[in-house]
Every structure is written in C-alpha cells, then in structure tokens.
Design a binder for this molecule. Structure first.
Ligand SMILES: NC(=O)C1=CN([C@@H]2O[C@H](COP(=O)(O)OP(=O)(O)OC[C@H]3O[C@@H](n4cnc5c(N)ncnc54)[C@H](O)[C@@H]3O)[C@@H](O)[C@H]2O)[C@H](O)CC1
Ligand SMILES: [K+]
Length: 492
C-alpha cells in the first residue's frame, strides 16, 4: 500500500508545526499565510453565495480571528456591507491577528464588540472565532456567539474548522458552529472526518496557501484519508485461466441458534467480493436454511472437534464471530480457530469472548470492533473510546497486535505503524448485519492474497462506498443485503 496515494491528516499540533515550518524555515511571513487564508476563504464565500447582501464576521482573539479580519477587509473592499463582531478583549489580540485587525480598521471595516451587537438573520456569517487553538470546552461569550450563529438561520462559512469542533478528535467541545461550508488551511485536520464532524463542517474545501512541498516532508503525518480507487488498483485482474482455487477458501464460523443470518450475510459478502469457495461452520440445524438462501455457499453442521478440524485445514482464511454467540459451543469453535494459526478476521461475539478472557489473542488477526466491543476489549467505557477514537484504536492495536478496525463514522484502520481513516459510509448503516457483511468482505480480500492492512483498508472503503450507493434510494430501511450488488460492481 502506497500512502502517497492518500491525503495526509494532521492534529492541531502538527498543523501548528506546518505553520511554523513555513514561517521559520521557508520565510513565509505569518501575515502572508493569513492573507492567503483569507483570500481562499473569501473566494469560497463568493464562489458559493455570489454577492451576499452583507457579511457578518465573528472574530476571536487568536489567529483564527486574524483570518476573519482579513476576510472582512476583502468583503468590504468588494463593496459588501461588512461587520466584524469581535469576541474577547481587544487588548489580548497580538501578533499577526493584531496586524490583520489594524488593516481592517484602517480600511474602514466596521468592528463592534460582540457584547454590543447580535448576529442578524441576514447575509452570510463567517465563523472566525476558534480554530486549532481551541483548548477545552468552549467558554463564555464564545459559547453564546456560537449559539447565535446557529440560531441565525443564515448560511455559515467556518474558517479553518467549525468553532467548537476538536481538530484532533472530531468531538464537539461543549458546542460548535454548524457550518454550510468549511475552508481549512495548510493541512487537513483529522478531526474534520471523525465522529460528529460531518454534521458541523458542511462542504469541506482545502487551501494549501502555497506552502512548499518540502514543509510536508519536514512535518510527516501519521494518519491518512483513504480513497477507494488506489486500493482497488491493488486487486490483480483475473487471467483467462482463472479457477476458483486461485481465489481462496473462506471459512465463516458462527451462526449459533437464532443467529444463522449473521453467518449467511458474512458468507454471501465473501462470495460477492470474489472468494473462490466459501464454507460455513455452524449449527447442524442451520445448514438447510443457509443453502436455501445462498446455494453457492457450503455450510457444514459442527458440534464437535472432529467436525471442525477438516474445515479449518482446508480453509485459507477464517471469518470468526458473525452470530457466533457466547455459549460453550461458541467458545470451542473460537479456540479451535485460534489454534489453527490461519489468517483470521475476528468480529462480534468472537471479540466479546476475547474481551471476557475466554480465549487469548494471537498475532496476525484483523479485529473489527464497533465502539462498544472496543470498549470491552480495552476495559473502558464506550464514551471514552468515542472521546478519542484515534487513541483508542492505537491502544487496541498495541494490545492485540495485528490490524484493528474501529467501526463508526470515520472508521479507523490501524496496524503497528499506520493509522488510516475511511470516511465512506452513512448513517443508514446503523442496522443489524452491516458488521457481518464487513467481516465477510475483509475475509474474501485476505483469501485473495491481500495483506491484512490492505485487506482491511479496501474492505472498509468498499463496504462504506457500497452503502453510499445503496443509500441513494434512502438511508432509512437500508439493510445489509442491499450492499451485495454494489460490492460486486465496485470491485469489478
Ligand atoms: N499560524 C499561522 O501563521 C496561521 C494560522 N492560521 C489560523 O490560525 C488559527 C490558529 O490560531 P491560534 O491563535 O493558535 O488559536 P485560535 O485562534 O484558534 O484560538 C485561540 C484563541 O481562542 C481562545 N480560546 C481557546 N480555547 C477556548 C475555549 N475553550 N473557549 C473560549 N475561548 C478559547 C484563546 O484564548 C485564544 O484567544 C488556525 O485555526 C487558522 O485559522 C491561518 O489560517 C494560517 C496561518
Ligand atoms: K472557526
């Protein structure tokens, strides 16, 4: 996998390092960067809303506010009625932000203390309150200003990041601006793609501000935003001499009483993603139903060790967990699967048995927890996992080894060295069975020779992209089976 194919994502600290590298090592003055940021934001504003009747710019006392003053200056010069509502104590403004404020004032821009004004429900509002300098939950007037922006009912452009959104995690820190458009500078912040961020950023535009490429080599990123196309290119074309033996045998292990459907979904997804053969080790009572649903899969009823071993021997890849349950039967099957040493995707109840200490992890697994399963595996609350998904995913990877997929908005895929983010997918995926399909997708890609990280990355993006197409007919009522035709179409 070539990470150069993907956009780098940065933390707030890394973005500040990019800024200072551009300023100190490449002699681009901070005020020049700020002017370029303002020009980029203003161009997006005009490009989106043409000539608004007025522009209200809410400015904080830091450099995000500095950007805002220069946006106001540009709007004023364009003949647009412009007002700056200024938060905080003007005496606190320094550095480049002070230069920007002085420039706007000198050019006749109206600047009013926020305390003496209100956000009016007219024109376009520009949010230049808080950027990457946000520290902790939004305090005092800033919270009030955000509430007024969100209540004004006008189009909102957020400068760099919607104020109140954490650039590192995507969390809303108390409150945040709901923007229609966010123009972010120099580096894509990873928080713009995680958790609730899409509900707050609106359309996202990036402006590099003419920072030399060398700066990005001097400040390396440790997280990358996946794109489906380059990952698909890694799947080799099928030769004329293709036969099913070339594309691996996937063994799905699961489907305890009442949960045969989970195993069926994983098995069908594996077939739809190109596995050569798919077998299912499940309760004997489920065999007929599974065959009836998908005649191409080969379910085998297992109750004892003797039954399972031949299936493990003939499999290239295991998908353990869909509908596995947590009974003694479940535990036995998982123990045997782990002992086989075969490449494995471990999901659902397989993860819960692992978290309960019923089995020990082994290297080279791909685990695919949702936040609750990750929380159990880490011994923390789900809220703690969601509070910093990046940290939780790294911690779980360090604990288990192998590859960890933390599902949810902005799914994360981590190996020992890499952290990858997929922002494919949509809220319609919040329905039972989606995780079972994902585990089958990844199992099929592993069986076809993809390395674990590549199989997980492609599988997550494929799964989310298929759901995005299926959701075009409506998010509510989107079910896991709806993904099947699109998995096949996207893989080609
Ligand atoms: N560095 C550059 O050359 C460029 C920076 N850009 C813009 O600058 C901001 C980052 O600016 P910074 O001064 O570091 O911080 P902020 O303006 O984001 O905020 C600091 C400001 O806010 C107050 N504050 C912090 N936390 C809170 C809180 N929880 N509640 C209330 N108030 C808070 C703090 O007191 C400061 O006054 C970056 O995002 C870009 O927009 C240029 O774009 C590029 C050049
Ligand atoms: K902002």
């Amino acid at each position: 996998m070539d990470l150069d194919d993907f956009e780098a994502l940065y933390t707030a600290a890394q973005t500040r390092a990019l800024d200072s590298c551009a300023i100190n090592d490449h002699q681009i003055p901070g005020i020049t960067l700020m002017s370029r940021a303002a020009e980029a934001a203003f161009d997006c504003l005009i490009g989106t809303w043409a000539q608004p009747e007025c522009v209200q710019v809410l400015c904080g006392t830091g450099n995000n506010g500095g950007d805002g003053y220069l946006v106001a200056d540009l709007a004023h010069k364009r003949g647009i009625k412009t007002t700056v509502l200024q938060l905080g104590d003007a005496d606190k403004i320094g550095g480049d932000a002070l230069l920007a404020r002085e420039q706007a004032l000198a050019n006749g821009v109206e600047v009013i203390p926020f305390d003496d004004a209100a956000v009016l429900p007219i024109g376009v509002v520009v949010d230049a309150l808080l950027g990457t300098g946000l520290g902790g939950d939004v305090r005092g007037d800033y919270a009030e200003a955000i509430a007024e922006i969100n209540a004004a009912g006008t189009p909102v452009l957020a400068v760099d990041i919607p104020s109140g959104l954490c650039a590192d995690t995507g969390r809303v820190l108390g409150t945040a601006v709901r923007a229609d458009l966010t123009v972010t500078f120099i580096g894509l912040k990873r928080g713009l793609f995680a958790l609730q961020a899409p509900d707050y950023t609106g359309e996202l535009q990036f402006a590099g501000l003419g920072v030399p490429a060398q700066v990005y080599r001097q400040v390396p990123a440790d997280c990358f935003r996946l794109q489906l196309e380059p990952l698909l290119d890694a799947m080799p074309p099928r030769p004329a001499t293709a036969h099913k033996g070339l594309y691996g045998t996937v063994l799905v292990i699961g489907g305890d009483y009442g949960m045969a459907g989970a195993a069926a979904l994983a098995a069908e997804a594996a077939l739809r993603c190109g596995a050569g053969l798919v077998r299912v080790a499940t309760r004997p009572q489920h065999v007929a139903a599974l065959v009836a649903r998908t005649p191409e899969i080969m379910p085998v009823g297992v109750e004892s060790g003797a039954d399972l071993q031949p299936l493990l021997d003939s499999a290239d890849t295991l998908v353990v967990g869909p509908g596995l349950g947590q009974s003694p039967w479940s535990e036995y099957l998982l123990q045997a699967a782990l002992a086989s040493g075969k490449p494995m995707v471990l999901d659902a109840d397989g993860l819960n048995l692992l978290a309960a200490g019923k089995v020990q992890p082994r290297p080279r697994m791909i685990v695919t927890p949702h936040p609750g399963e990750a929380a159990r595996l880490l011994g923390v609350s789900t809220a703690e996992v969601q509070a910093d998904r990046f940290a939780a995913t790294s911690a779980l990877q360090q604990k288990l080894g192998g590859v960890v997929v933390l599902k949810g908005n902005g799914s994360l895929i981590a190996s020992e060295k890499e952290m990858l983010l997929s922002d494919y997918g949509n809220p319609g995926m919040a329905s039972g069975g989606m995780g079972d399909v994902l585990s089958g997708v990844i199992g099929a890609l592993l069986a076809q020779g993809q390395e674990p990280l590549a199989a997980a990355a492609l599988g997550v993006c494929l799964h989310g992209a298929a759901a995005d197409i299926a959701a075009e007919e409506g998010m509510r009522g989107l079910v896991a089976t709806d993904l099947m035709p699109w998995l096949r179409e996207l893989l080609g």
